[in-house]
Design a protein. Structure first.
Length: 200
């Protein structure tokens, strides 16, 4: 007998939000006229793991551009908030799952500055557990970040389904025994959750 799903865990960028960080970095690099912001770069990676102070991050970027740290910080936030929007359909789906008695959680690779924006948007308010790379010093696809989420739910891996827009980040949770869904849009997620027996 298949275990009953009791928890749905969401990624943030590209799932609960309209986009991941890539279009923000593309826009920033275009405005600066050079490739400075790199998702897989060491600076951003250290910021994602909470190993780099945000002010030091802006200082480093400023030195590479000849701009002031204040300008870079302002440009970053204005560009981010212009491009990134809440994915209201996915958030409504999460709220519906919670109303139907399911636990809903988050596992996300995000930086401290981005976390502060998302806190203002109230994105974390309805979710538990909320596992963020900048808080725990771990990043997807490291197994430990998924294991941490499993432990915090108090459930068996097979009772949890995790959804992410990046397919390569589904291998580790799948190996741990979690159910996984490659997210493309809210309607598809709803169909795939129902196939797993989630009442939504």
């Amino acid at each position: 007998m298949k275990p009953e799903i009791k928890c749905v865990i969401f990624d943030i960028g590209g799932v609960l939000l309209s986009e991941g960080i890539e279009p923000v970095f593309d826009a920033l690099n275009s405005k600066l006229g050079k490739t400075i912001f790199v998702r897989r770069g060491k600076l951003h990676s250290n910021l994602l793991k909470g190993k780099l102070n945000p002010d030091d991050y802006y200082d480093n970027i400023a030195k590479k551009t000849g701009k002031t740290p204040e300008y870079i910080k302002s440009l970053y936030f204005s560009t981010y908030t212009k491009i990134i929007k809440l994915n209201k359909k996915t958030i409504a789906l999460a709220k519906n799952a919670k109303r139907n008695g399911y636990k809903i959680g988050i596992i996300s690779n995000i930086t401290t500055p981005v976390k502060k924006v998302q806190e203002k948007w109230g994105i974390f308010d309805i979710f538990s557990p909320v596992i963020l790379s900048c808080d725990v010093g771990l990043m997807k696809p490291q197994k430990k970040i998924y294991q941490m989420a499993i432990k915090k739910t108090g459930l068996k891996p097979g009772e949890i389904v995790y959804t992410d827009d990046r397919k390569e980040l589904l291998d580790a949770p799948k190996k741990l025994g979690m159910k996984t869904i490659h997210f493309r849009n809210a309607a598809q997620l709803k169909r795939d959750l129902r196939k797993l027996g989630v009442k939504i």
